[in-house]
Design a binder for this molecule. Structure first.
Ligand SMILES: [Zn+2]
Length: 121
């Protein structure tokens, strides 16, 4: 005996059927997509908050340099940011809310220059 994924009623007919009819199938998939959409939003938001927390934690003086590994190890994800700012030299700082970072290679090490958002940016 199998139950419809949508309405939980017993399904009659073929054993491999997952829904009792097309309506139940559409209803179930619509809800599933909605949940996926919301979970993407929630995940991005969670990551942005985590990034901001780390940038803040490592940047107590308003400006700092930290090893990239160190941030990644603690759960930093550089692909999640809210906006960017380009300085006159053309360096592009990525921001998570009011805390920004710029990737810089120093020999074999990769570092982040951390800054805080300023009114002139
Ligand atoms: Zn059903």
């Amino acid at each position: 005996m199998s139950l419809c994924l949508e309405c939980k009623k017993e399904i009659t007919g073929r054993k491999d059927k997952k829904y009792c009819n097309q309506y139940c199938k559409s209803a179930f998939q619509y809800k599933k997509n909605k949940v996926n959409e919301e979970s993407f939003y929630t995940d991005v938001l969670k990551q942005l908050r985590q990034n901001r927390k780390l940038l803040k934690q490592y940047n107590k003086a308003g400006k700092a340099i930290v090893r990239k590994d160190e941030l990644l190890k603690n759960g930093f994800n550089p692909n999640r940011f809210t906006h960017y700012w380009k300085n006159k030299k053309g360096d592009v700082y990525l921001f998570c809310f009011e805390f920004g970072f710029l990737e810089k290679k120093e020999g074999s090490k990769t570092k982040y220059v951390l800054i805080q958002w300023q009114d002139y940016m």
